[in-house]
Ligand binder design. Sequence first.
Ligand code: NAD
Length: 496
Amino acid sequence: MTTIEHRIGGAPARGASTRTAPVYDPATGEATGRVLLAEPSDVDAAVAAAAKAFASWGDSSLSRRTKVMFRLRELLVRHEDDLARLVSAEHGKTVEDARGEVVRGREVVEYACGIATELKGAYSDQVSGGVDVFSFRQPLGVCAGITPFNFPVMVPMWMHPVAIATGNTFVLKPSERDPSASNLVAELYAAAGLPDGVFNVVHGDKAAVDAILDHPGIAAVSFVGSTPIAKYVHGRATAAGKRVQALGGAKNHAVVLPDADLDAAADHLTAAAFGSAGQRCMAVSVGVAVGAAGDALVDLLKRRAEAVKVGPGADPASEMGPVVTAAARDRITGLVAAGVDQGAVPVVDGRGLTVPGHEGGFFVGPTVLDRVTPDMDAYREEVFGPVLAVARAATVDEAIALVNASPYGNGTAIFTSSGAAARRFQREVQVGMIGVNVPVPVPMSYYSFGGWKDSLIGDSPVHGPDGVRFYTRAKTVTARWPEARRDADFNFPTSS
Ligand code: NAD
């Protein structure tokens, strides 16, 4: 069994950590490693290493910083398979799906390769007689990231490439459930020529998080995770005077109108609900069938859900792997049971699924609950598993009202052949990321990613222009340079 250590100042470190947490292979249910859980003094050590590195990295040239990003990008291509396999082994998602998150994370590194363009300032000539005004942005110092289990490569990469390319140094506290990929990323940064201490990894639980939130040496905290913890992190870190971006949970609705291509919509809803066993913040967890779309859509979803191939993530034949832990499995099946008790119709019931040869794995089969209503626990709670709730709406107005009544506002999608309906939907829904005939509308890295309402606490989305703004602060200079008076003199100059 391996011990997963911190990575501080460019070297593996155990620090003062004596506590550990087990890391599982979700496909077998067996513990494959144990991860160190940091004490506050380990966070101190990482912040000290990052602060020391900031003295020179924060002053390094744009070309030096972007060269590191270009090299990192190449190393991420070369190690795509290694990263994907590490993610799959600890998270449970299929290797192909994990490859997708590595690619989407790498796209943020590609964005960071062009950081020089994003950091161009503004210049106003002659705002007054002989006076010019210009502005430019500088890094904040030591920044920290606290990230969830569901995208152990991509979500941290929403943060650290932008922070580091803009001149900051970084302390990452990844999820303790799938920690290994972050250590490989640290090694790739080192191989790319990043100086020691610019990128540090501290593993841990609440004790490490609290030490980060209170640490006077940390200027900014980026968080992605569930809404209650996002609110907690935002409150505590802003009270400590830090800049905070905090992305929370989600309940994403896909609205299907009767004029949509129902076959295509059912394909997309199935993939978006059950891909990664539903453990995506942009997963479709509610299908809203409008009017006559209802019964036909549910019938198609039933057939698609029953056909999903469930198995270990490392098996190329698997389309869907297990969920991350036994506790997650029990939570999900409990919410399905509550839904059925409260009147939902279990069209496909994935409870109790076993995969031959992997009887100890944390598997839940694809589940479709029809006739779900907003008062049911399976609707109100973020299930975060392979469960698609289907709600019925009589009209587009009713569907939009349902989406807008949700406390969450991360992603949503509409399936229709009507441009007018799509346009109305995109203008009226109170959601940050919208798909039109696209089920999982994750913005490209050069746009920013972030939801509305309880899906984003505070006001800063990640990466793209908002990410650059978050990790830098502006200076505005008003300058006058009076011309030095100097009379011409034919005599040989002296110092007097
Ligand atoms: P989580 O909130 O349990 O954990 C996130 C991080 O917070 C982890 O690093 C964890 O160690 C830490 N943490 C957990 N409990 C804590 C506590 N009591 N005090 C301090 N720190 C604590 O989330 P998770 O289960 O790892 O991830 C799934 C959640 O993340 C879902 O709600 C999902 O929607 C959300 N998510 C959101 C987005 C988004 O873009 N909005 C993206 C990915 C995941």
